[in-house]
Design a protein around this ligand. Structure first.
Ligand SMILES: [Zn+2]
Length: 414
């Protein structure tokens, strides 16, 4: 069918349409009394309500004065996993630290055990339920990591699940190979890291990029550099790293220097890392849900990052251990209360900023003409209600490429 023959959908009577202008710096553009015209799953243009030509429009959707925001982009998740880690919640309250639990074979390793045990179909079903729930809460693009296999079979199984999710849900999904997530029981760091390096080429057809957990007692900055250099040689398009989360290691500086798209966590980032990230355009992915759930006190230097012009993204880090939440609205609330990020900055970070962390900012995250028509219709006409009445769900409807998701068909995520 010729492009102009495809039906034009007109979303009219929008209370406030929020778009993100890419900048720099990116800015929120709020338009009132306008209509969003969508054709073939993409935004065609925005016109004043009074200027709609009914002759051209095939379908009209009256949004009754509600606000429309770009769908959230959850740019850091571990949402394919088996089991839960509810017991650790209580262990931590009794004083055990995250690293202590990991060293005793719990933490990531208990999820590894559960994920190895589950079939590909079972993992697909549970992750799909989770993602569908996330979509009804307003998320319309995802990053998904492997990292709960730490062996070839399970890491590949997780990435195949990710690919099936991408194909079946019609949402942008970036897949990341995180073999270097933890050290399997009974292995040394160096021997396991060598195993990851040796088998890296086998993951090229399955993943868009690679990631590594760079931390004291886990993988070193030198190992991260080795992994990134090799991944680039092989043709992986995206590099990202868990860095400066529990201690300062300087990994963010090296990751930025090597062209990483994002550095994630960054609680212990110093001025040197921040400067390098600003210079190379490496996104800082911040996950206040982890701080909240683990009861951490150390916060990333958000003010200094903003001052330096670092692109900031917000994500859930959805995973069974350090942040079981899958709700980006909660992340927005926490970004405001923990980081003191104003609503406009937080919303930019959860949409356009996060799209940049996935290299997808031209395609989604701003609701601009030519981009995917992925958006959330809020329950009210003011997007700040998302922050003000914290704890409620303010997403009334989610639209993906111009198609409404049917929440009544979506089960609970867990
Ligand atoms: Zn993570």
């Amino acid at each position: 069918m010729a492009e102009r023959m495809k039906p034009l959908i007109c979303f009219r009577n929008i209370g406030a349409l929020i778009q993100i202008r890419p900048g720099p710096p990116p800015r929120l553009a709020i338009r009132k009394g306008c209509a969003l015209l969508v054709r073939d799953g993409r935004v065609e243009k925005v016109v004043a309500d009074s200027k709609i030509s009914t002759r051209d429009v095939s379908i009209t959707v009256d949004l009754k004065g509600k606000a429309v925001i770009p769908g959230f982009v959850d740019c850091h998740t571990h949402l394919v996993y088996g089991g839960t880690r509810k017991d650790e919640m209580e262990q931590r309250l009794d004083g055990a630290s995250y690293l202590e639990i990991l060293q005793q074979g719990g933490g990531i390793l208990s999820t590894v055990k559960a994920t190895r045990r589950e079939t590909e179909d079972a993992l697909f079903e549970s992750a799909r339920r989770r993602m569908r729930r996330m979509m009804t809460l307003g998320t319309t693009a995802f990053e998904i990591k492997s990292g709960y296999g730490l062996d070839l079979k399970t890491e590949m199984k997780m990435l195949r699940v990710g690919r099936r999710l991408r194909e079946s849900l019609n949402v942008p999904v970036i897949l990341t190979y995180l073999g270097a997530h933890a050290i399997p029981k009974g292995e040394t760091v160096d021997a396991y890291f060598q195993f990851v390096m040796d088998h890296l080429p086998e993951f090229l057809p399955l993943a868009d990029g690679v990631d590594i957990f760079c931390e004291r007692g886990v993988f070193s900055v030198d190992q991260m550099v080795g992994l990134f250099v090799r991944a680039k040689e092989l043709g992986f398009r995206q590099l990202r790293a868990h860095v400066e989360e529990l201690s300062h290691q300087g990994g963010a500086f090296q990751a930025a220097r090597l062209g990483a798209l994002s550095c994630d966590h960054l609680e212990y980032a110093s001025a040197k890392e921040i400067r390098a990230m600003a210079k190379t355009g490496c996104t800082a992915v911040l996950m206040p849900g982890v701080t909240c759930f683990l009861g951490g006190e150390k916060l990333p230097p958000v003010g200094k990052m903003l001052e330096a012009g670092v692109n900031i993204a917000l994500a859930t880090d959805c995973n069974p251990g350090s942040c079981p939440s899958y709700n980006m609205q909660t992340v927005l609330n926490l970004a405001l209360s923990l980081y003191r990020l104003p609503p406009d900055r937080a919303l930019i970070a959860a949409t356009h900023g996060a799209a940049k962390a996935l290299g997808g900012e031209k395609d989604y995250g701003g609701l601009l003409p030519g981009q995917r028509a992925d958006f959330a219709v809020l329950r009210t006409g003011d997007y700040r209600d998302l922050f003000y009445y914290f704890g409620d769900n303010f997403v009334a409807e989610t639209w993906l490429a111009g198609k409404k998701i049917q929440p009544e068909k979506i089960p609970a995520a867990f």
